[in-house]
Design a protein around this ligand. Sequence first.
Ligand code: S3P
Length: 669
Amino acid sequence: MSTSRSPLVVRGIIRAPGDKSISHRALIFAAMASGPSRIRDILASADVHATAAALRAMGADIPALSDDFIVHGHGVAALHSPESALDCGNSGTTTRLVAGLVAGLPGRVARFEGDASLSRRPMRRIAAPLTGMGARIDFESADGHDGLPMRVHGMPLSAITVVNTHASAQVKGALLLAGLASGSGVTVQEPQRSRDHTERMLLARGVHLEMTDDGVVLPAAQRLNPVDVVVPSDPSSAAFFAALAALADDGVLRLENVCLNPTRTGAFDVLRRMGMRLDVENERTIGGESIGTVVAYPASLQGTAIGGAEIPRCIDELPMLACVAARSAGETRITEAGELRVKESDRIRAVVENLRRLGVDAEELADGMRITGSQAGLSGHVVTHGDHRLAMAFGILAAIPGNHITIDDPGCVAVSYPTFWRDLAQATGSATHPTAGAIINMSEPTPLVIAIDGPAASGKSSTAQWVAQRLSVHHVDSGAFYRAITLLALASGVPPEQWAPEALLAEAHRITWRLTERSVLPLVDGQVHDDAMRDAPVTRQVSRVAQMAPVRQWVNEQVRSAGAATDVVVDGRDIGTAVFPDAALKVFLIADPWERARRRLIQRLGRRPNDAEIAEETEALVARDALDAAQSAPARDAITIDTTTVTQEEQVERIVALAKATRDRLRGQ
Ligand code: S3P
């Protein structure tokens, strides 16, 4: 390929996070069994948190999700009705699987709720067969459509044979769970084989089911044993990096520990058919699943036809394959993929609309799409509709030099791959650049992370905000993330003295972030809570939370992923040392404690403070400095600015000038 743009070189090892389908099921089966199940390497993403929370609400003993934990199951009989509605967030798998479980537990009732995207998704596909077995399901939305909110009443169920018109592992899983919970036999037939993790995991747990050519037969009265599980990496997540390698000009990516279950590897087959070299090494079987390292190389790609039995094997990867098709020679046709219309967004419409916005020749088909690829540079703004797979698919295109692509909601990757932007930065070698900010907006050839640090009341937050505005980049206030966690902690009703980092972090998945015009804004349960976050109760407790090392780690991860998503000015404690040690420009603001106290009081009181007030505040600040000493050292390469005698305007001008010089220097590299 001959282009004048700089080449995309990929390198390194990507270990994508745990498989989402297996993670949901590992939690559910552990809660249903009697005895301890150890779960390692679970995907701790928003969707899986939703399943954990739903099971906890039904009395299951599920600890905070971590890399290694034990669930002590007490059998299905111990599961009770949740006291309040189960919030399934964005997760169709949580809704459908847990609904199947509840349906098979007589006397239990649960109301299922979700976000706007989930509430639109069709639930009749589980409601009809579950009702056929004897459960009662009421749709409770104002317009009466067959989605959430939905109330499931568990009943004694009878055996059923379901012939499904389309392949769906969620529907199959819901029915198998209802059968297991109630002790009734279930047979499911499908036109094509959907992913079979439920079957494999149940077999590993001592359940006598039969996998047939066209489905599964679960006999009545089965017992489920507790089993330890190590969750392999999600092939649907790893596939984004296979695509990145395919589209690169040079290098190689090793994707480790990938689940290679044949019902999941359709995207790898399609990429090979398009001309890509993908090798598999170190293949082995763990917990009934085949696992291996996928080695992915750059290629010259050709369009292809994707349809039929291949569709369920790559259903979640189709947005990514469509983006790859946009860079492949000739035409790609995706057909028999109508299911895409009822995923987290209408993925046929959303993918085609976004491709067209970028200048790609793409067309919607009733059950798929047609794309004609080219090597022309792509530019434009991608609207994800909060759909994680769209953000990541277009994120891959955005990483190609010469493309100028911005993405409206990069934070939505938290649904399935919270560290996606960081991994993308690593794979594209942005780690050798000072920052990872190139990922979303390649129009800046060498992007910046500007880290502004300093002691309490040094004015770093307002300065950072102002600098970001002057440079037209995003401001990330890491303190806002601590405030968001504090808000959740206060809402939990637990007295602050009893707050434990594990308990706080168990709720942290409710915090996401969004890019607004000039800032990175933390959201709680998808909502902006600016006022409550700035209120006195939060202000009083936030430093307690900010002193907890695991919480700091979590906040740093959020801030890093924002910094990987866009050019940023970041302020906060240890930003230049721990969070962005490679930031292009680090500024450390200092000021005389008296002056800091004076400024803080003016801000707080809205008037000039008297000397006694300043003295008192100075004392408090000096004490706080001593407390913070461990996190407050400037980075070795930070530029210290003493702001005692300069106005904020002068200070901002100075940092802007430094930032511009840094940017010029990097561009000249
Ligand atoms: C899943 C099944 C698939 C897939 C989803 C996860 C599962 O959905 O798209 O991301 O874990 O069972 P369908 O079963 O609705 O096709």
